[in-house]
Design a protein around this ligand. Structure first.
Ligand code: DLL
Length: 431
């Protein structure tokens, strides 16, 4: 084993029992802390009849009550912080689609552990201090920009704080600053690839080798498009503000699931209806417990993301559990004519049929009628896909068979749909 491949070899290659030992110690301490310092947690634990003394190991986790987004709203903005605000050196916030935004906070030590997780992510994909890392996630209350920025600096790479937007400048920076690693949302990457084609800019002008793409669901088919369009390896990175931001988990060069920083975040998979903890390998809602964070340590937080965990040792040598690509959020799941539909299923079918149909929207109207609107691109009907009517019919069939509910296809004019510079809005549910 070559330890120079890991940011923290001791943790990243620990045996399961070593990891559980570390997790258990940290969890017990954390539960005592939150019980003593966070009134809503104390109330919840008292109501559930659990005392901090009952929590001695990770195997006791299931005894603790869950935390949900509503708890954060009820205690807006700082009611669930576990340290005095004088210890909080930064806050971030996420708006979400409904209700008040969620405010999260970090102590100095929290920022350090976040930077380490983000540095691990970059190292997972072969990053070193010799890399030029262009961070094109938005900087600001969104965690993407500053999260990856600190990680890149921690790794010692040359960090380019581009933020998102200003797309032509992004491409100029790729070229002039000799960017080797990029960090941005997959939908923004698609917008940049399109701009390259429009401006006659070739990927050969760049020194890019890899990218960390996350903050929204994306499919294997989309990965293939991004890899082809930019001539790089495209890796998946996951996170959420409530738990940390980017780098809760990240793929390695094996591209087969994202290693969770389990020394900081203990994952569970539950059945979202019965709340029962599911056995390893089953698909369900991802739940995280923060065992080291000081300012905002959520316990058994229900992410609403649907995923599966794989505890087998990865070919990269890391033992940290891998979460498979989240299928989507329970909140984003559409129920159309009584059938559950994830937007990612539609993306897979769409790009499986036509890899260039990367600009699309999903519309559902009051009559439960599902329409996929695909933006036209140059030469769309020239090749194998056939005439416009043939394309519409075949694509409709592909999507219908993937989601088991009737879908129709409509073409939008080139340039009609809004381009993403961050998280793309794909679903327009008018019901
Ligand atoms: O999106 C943090 C982040 C920034 C992750 C940059 C990766 C890269 P939030 O804005 O709080 O935080 O949104 C979190 O986005 O619960 C998932 O539903 C979704 N999400 C994040 N990463 C992925 C991913 C950031 N790789 C929510 N695949 C999460 C699928 C993702 N969904």
């Amino acid at each position: 084993m070559n330890h120079s491949n890991y940011y923290n070899a001791q943790i990243e290659t620990a045996t399961r029992s070593q990891l559980e030992e570390i997790q258990s110690q940290r969890l017990a301490k954390q539960i005592r802390r939150v019980y003593d310092n966070v009134a809503p947690y104390r109330a919840k634990m008292d109501a559930a009849g659990v005392s901090p003394d009952d929590i001695k190991s990770v195997h006791d986790l299931h005894r603790l009550p869950f935390t949900e987004k509503q708890d954060l709203r009820n205690n807006y903005p700082y009611g669930m912080f576990a340290v005095p605000m004088s210890e909080v050196v930064r806050i971030h916030a996420s708006s979400g689609t409904t209700g008040k935004q969620t405010v999260v906070g970090y102590t100095k030590a929290d920022i350090d552990l976040w930077a380490e997780c983000a540095a691990r992510s970059l190292m997972n994909i072969g990053g070193t201090k010799h890399d030029f890392v262009q961070v094109a996630y938005g900087y600001g209350l969104f965690t993407g920009g500053l999260g990856m920025h600190y990680g890149s600096e921690k790794l010692g790479a040359t960090t380019i704080p581009a933020s998102s937007g200003n797309s032509l400048r992004q491409l100029e920076m790729f070229r002039d600053f000799e960017t080797t690693i990029i960090c941005l949302t997959p939908s923004y990457a698609v917008s940049l690839i399109e701009l390259m084609a429009q401006r006659g800019i070739s990927k050969d002008e760049f020194a890019l080798k890899a990218g960390l793409f996350g903050a929204e669901p994306w499919t294997e088919e989309m990965r293939a498009q991004i890899e082809r369009g930019l001539g790089i390896k495209a890796y998946d990175i996951y996170g959420l503000s409530e738990i940390l931001g980017p780098s809760v988990s990240c793929e390695c060069t094996a591209q087969c699931g994202m290693h969770i920083c389990e020394d900081h975040f203990v994952p569970e998979i539950i059945d979202p209806d019965t709340f029962e903890v599911l056995p390893a390998g089953e698909t369900g809602e991802l739940v995280f417990t923060c065992i080291t964070k000081e300012a905002f340590p959520l316990i058994r937080y229900r992410t609403r993301d649907i995923a599966r965990l794989d505890y087998s040792v990865c070919e990269c040598g890391r033992t940290l559990v891998r979460m498979m690509k989240p299928q989507g959020r329970t909140d984003d799941m559409l129920i159309v004519k009584g059938v559950n539909v994830f937007p990612s299923q539609i993306e897979s079918a769409l790009l499986g049929f036509d890899p260039n149909a990367t600009q699309y929207q999903i519309h559902v109207d009051k009559g439960d009628y599902l329409e996929v609107r695909i933006e036209m691109y140059d030469d769309m009907f020239r090749d194998s896909v056939g005439s416009i009517e043939e394309y519409r019919r075949k694509m409709g069939e592909e999507i219908t068979s993937a989601i088991s509910v009737k879908a129709s296809v409509r073409f939008d004019e080139k340039g009609e749909q809004a381009r993403s510079q961050g998280k793309a809005q794909r679903v327009f549910d008018k019901r």
